[in-house]
Design a protein around this ligand. Structure first.
Ligand SMILES: Nc1ncnc2c1ncn2[C@@H]1O[C@H](COP(=O)(O)OP(=O)(O)OP(=O)(O)O)[C@@H](O)[C@H]1O
Ligand SMILES: [Mg+2]
Length: 370
């Protein structure tokens, strides 16, 4: 089947000789799938999205939408944004302030070349779409009387109403307050799945990426580091940046003793040896960093592998959970335990287990991960 969106070796330089903002990115979005680009500020997410929209002119590579090449600078191909059959939702509420909700949503049907329909037809489509985004009762209201979350739903309805081949969303929830953001995030997934829409969604918020994405692509410095379903990004991060960016904040430093396939044994010095999973071809003698999540550590347990003797240095009770700083042979890790009781005393000896599946070894190139 033809991918709804295919991106091959995409490159965008804003100035000749400058470092590319998008640097050789490859991925595809099959029809009906939602792909999320996740990464820190300035990593090239918006630029990638704008290249797909045609608002930015790539300097290399090829973009195809529904099997049709829309951009390929090497061959002088560049299709205008209007002719790409895409919908877009941005961070700011791009609605027409002088119109009602209904008029806003009907606008693209009346003014797009391929969106034309009869009056009754338009009315039905608008009603259906307003129902979908939960604004049926607001149709006749002036759009400016709506809340931020409601306005963003109008913007969404406006780009869904003409059923584009591809919907592009750039941090559409980031202007909303935290509570509303979470609600609309869950709702957005439901709406996109109900319409069977193909989506490319950009965010720097991990939680949003996990909830919305069928697959997540993690970007850094214009490069796509890993693209995989959320569970794989979270449990099998391809490198130490992906691990760290998605919340594996602990790092234990050591030296590789042996590796066999994806299993590595690392010498942590005073703490002893640790077994870990690795996606990299580590060799004995390599400096390694073992990344792990605070919530995967088991405190007070002596498991069958990777069991150590630790010492609680500090305890921070947070009501629903407790965070411990634990010393492990001269290194420090953070441990998170869910539950309203803090079970371990500060300054106490404690058994600690780091389940091997949740320990990921990467080559330590000496650079701190931001
Ligand atoms: N019009 C432009 N001219 C020059 N440089 C640009 C332009 N737009 C973006 N850049 C640069 O390209 C890089 C990628 O920017 P981009 O907006 O794609 O990042 P982003 O991942 O969307 O970040 P954020 O999370 O902050 O929105 C940055 O270094 C940025 O400064
Ligand atoms: Mg951006």
């Amino acid at each position: 089947m033809t991918a709804a969106l295919l991106i091959e070796r995409l490159e965008k330089r804003f100035a000749a000789g400058a470092k590319p903002a998008v640097d050789g990115v490859n991925f595809e979005v099959p029809a009906g799938e939602i792909v999320v680009l996740l990464g820190p500020s300035g990593c090239g997410k918006t630029t990638t999205l704008r290249c797909v929209a045609g608002l930015e002119h790539p300097t290399g590579g090829r973009i195809s939408i529904g099997g049709r090449v829309v951009s390929e600078p090497e061959r002088g191909v560049l299709v205008s944004p209007r002719e790409r059959d895409i919908g877009m939702v941005f961070q700011s509420y791009a609605v027409w302030p002088h119109m009602t909700v209904r008029q806003n949503v009907a606008y693209p049907l009346k003014h797009r070349r391929n969106g034309a329909g009869s009056g009754g037809d338009i009315r039905t489509k608008v009603d259906e779409t307003l129902e979908l985004v939960g604004l049926r009762d607001y149709a006749e209201r002036p759009v400016t009387s709506l809340s931020g979350g409601q306005m963003q739903r109008v913007a969404l309805a406006r780009s869904l109403v003409y059923r584009p081949q591809l919907l592009l969303l750039d941090e559409p929830l980031s202007n909303l307050d935290a509570k509303l953001r979470i609600r609309l995030r869950d709702e957005l997934r439901r709406i996109l799945k109900m319409t069977g829409m193909t989506g490319l969604y950009v965010t720097h918020d991990q939680a949003e990426a996990v909830v919305l994405g069928d697959r997540i692509g993690v970007m850094r410095n214009g490069k796509l580091l890993q693209m995989a379903p959320p569970g794989e990004i979270y449990n099998r991060p391809a490198d130490s940046f992906v691990a760290n960016f998605t919340g594996a904040s602990n790092g234990l430093l050591g030296t590789v003793l042996a590796r066999s396939g994806e299993r590595a044994t690392i010498d942590l010095g005073a703490a002893g040896r640790i077994e870990a999973w690795t996606p990299q071809p580590l060799a004995a003698g390599d400096k390694a960093r073992v990344a792990l999540r605070a919530e995967n550590v088991r405190l007070g347990e002596r498991g069958p592998a990777n069991a150590f003797a630790g010492r609680v240095i500090e305890r921070r009770y947070q009501g629903m959970q407790t965070v411990y700083d634990v010393e492990l042979g001269g290194q420090r890790i953070e441990v998170l335990e869910v539950g309203t009781a803090a079970r371990h005393e500060p300054n106490g000896e404690v058994a600690i287990t780091l389940p091997p599946e949740t320990c990921w070894a990467y080559r330590d190139d000496g650079t701190a991960v931001d």
